[in-house]
Design a protein around this ligand. Structure first.
Ligand code: NAP
Length: 481
């Protein structure tokens, strides 16, 4: 069977050109698809098309836009199994994880479809006689949406759906490592009958397209999820043009484990948060900060649990953990295992690339645990974005909190405890945008705001009702009658 080609989508047309390969990280012999490699002029054409489509889309009634988003959700739902399988093949996460993510993307389109009928503004009483005052939401304009490879359908969905429902038109630039899942949403937008120019899609290297995107005249806002390095560069560029910008970036998320925790759940939650999705979730736990009283017992139990995880091709039943996304991420995992060996000695489990048989075809790395990591080590401070966990010993709750907050990042955090007072201390004092209690640090829903603090994020939050704050602006009206 010949490899399918996926074209760019500009002004309602599928646009062809030179291509790049999207390969399966679990089996690099398999090319999932060839994607058209967009050029800066494609980005400019996409932004111009979005600019031309803006007035028509912005002036459409919100509920009518909502109906189109419902149709997108229905189309994705009809292809549910296919989309899950494609995601596992392009990103490597296990099939149940991939299907869970597709379900989330469908729900996101339905949720924001409903916002079309609400679009809450403000109405307040005036101090003046016979003056009616209110504020309505208006779209920002053309939005550039830049997405990472690790949640290849959910993140594009949680940018596209709120942008569209608020009346903006968009240019989507997906991650080169996993562009197919985002492409499927764009295809669904086309099939749903969203007017031409409203949704545009340009794949290709971010390094080659980034400047064109921030400098395209019609672009008024950029929403980015990815690394701090690229996000901070984008922020500097976008600020020169006074663009609205939203950045969701790296993390080094802690799970605090207190001596009074439900022990077995704590082991399970840390194992899940550190290793599922190959540690490639922005909300994954990469530091377990464990109270001294249970430290040795907890470490032993976690190592035993982790050794049972099955690594392999995520399409196969029973596999817990898939491959790293690419050679670069695999090299990063290997490099940090070496750094860990120098900092604390041999890992308690893992630490190596998996080889032999099918492993040789993909980027497989063992789930890895380093114990006795201390605060200033690189293992405790730097984002790895792989299945490498640093366990740190803390004297007591206060020490756990101090260590947990001693980091420039602030994306997510978790605590495992049955002590209610400590839960509230943690809720009010933990420096992170997304907190969990007695759950893994990863695993978010779409109905509440999402995003971090400190160096992890910049700008308004994504998802939930808060998403509209980035994608809309207020127009305030004073009306004498
Ligand atoms: P990345 O290298 O920063 O890439 C993210 C996106 O930016 C990709 O589409 C990439 O395109 C594009 N890009 C690269 N250079 C660019 C430039 N100069 N201008 C404009 N766009 C550019 O990040 P990643 O490796 O895909 O993702 C991993 C990172 O994302 C981790 O740091 C992780 O913590 C973070 N992340 C954060 C969240 C969150 O919500 N906070 C969620 C998920 C991931 P190419 O693919 O073509 O390079």
């Amino acid at each position: 069977m010949s490899t399918p080609q996926f074209n760019n989508y500009i002004n309602g047309e599928w646009v062809t050109g030179p291509t790049f390969e999207n390969r399966n990280p679990a089996n690099t012999d398999e090319v999932v698809g060839n994607f058209v490699k967009g050029s800066p002029s494609d980005v400019e054409a996409a932004a111009d098309a979005a600019g031309a489509a803006l007035p028509g889309w912005a002036n459409m009634a919100g509920p009518a836009r909502g109906n189109l988003l419902y149709k997108v959700a229905d189309i994705l739902d009809r292809k549910f199994d296919q989309l899950g399988e494609e995601m596992t093949r392009e990103e490597g996460k296990t099939l149940p994880e991939a299907k869970g993510e597709v379900r989330r993307a469908i729900n996101i389109f339905r949720y924001f479809g409903g916002e079309g009928s609400r679009m809450p503004g403000m109405i307040v009483p005036s101090e003046r006689d016979r003056v009616h005052m209110f504020a309505i939401r208006k779209p920002v304009g053309v939005c550039g949406l830049v997405t990472p490879w690790n949640f290849p359908v959910a993140i594009p969905a949680w940018k596209m759906a709120p942008a569209l429902i608020a009346g903006n038109t968009i240019v989507v630039k997906p991650a080169s490592a996993s562009p197919l899942s985002a492409w499927r949403i764009v295809e669904a937008c086309h099939e749903a009958g969203i007017p031409k120019g409203v949704v545009n899609f340009v794949a290709g290297s971010g390094g080659a397209l980034g400047s064109a995107l921030v400098n395209a005249k019609p672009i008024k806002a950029v929403s980015f999820t990815g690394s701090c390095e690229v996000g901070n560069w984008l922020h500097a560029e976008a600020s020169k043009r006074h663009l609205r910008i939203q950045l969701e970036m790296g993390g080094k998320n802690p799970t605090i484990v207190l001596a009074d925790a439900d022990f077995n759940s704590a082991v399970e939650n840390v194992c899940n948060a550190a290793f599922f999705s190959t540690g490639q979730k922005c909300t994954a736990t990469s530091r377990a900060i464990v109270e001294d009283a249970i430290y040795d017992k907890f470490v032993a139990a976690l190592v035993e649990r982790t050794r049972k995880l099955k690594v392999g091709n995520g399409m196969k039943p029973g596999i817990d953990i898939g491959p790293a996304i690419d050679q670069g991420q695999l090299d990063t995992n290997i490099r940090y295992a070496e750094i860990g060996r120098k900092e604390v000695g041999e890992p308690l489990c893992g630490g190596n690339r998996l080889t032999g048989g099918d492993f040789d075809k993909g980027y497989f790395f063992e789930p890895t645990i380093f114990a006795n990591v201390t605060e200033n080590m690189r293992l405790a401070q730097e984002e790895i974005f792989g299945p490498v966990l640093a366990i740190m010993r803390a004297k007591d709750f206060e020490d756990c909190m101090r260590i947990a907050n001693n980091i420039p990042f602030g994306l997510s955090a978790s605590i495992q405890t049955t002590n209610l007072s400590r839960v509230f201390e943690y809720v009010y004092r933990m420096e992170a945008g997304l907190l969990t209690v007695n759950l893994p640090s990863a695993g978010v829903e779409y109905q509440l705001p999402f995003g971090g603090n400190k160096d992890s994020s910049f700008g308004p939050k994504e998802q939930g009702p808060a998403a509209l704050d980035f994608y809309s602006d207020y127009k305030t009206v004073y009306l004498k009658y």
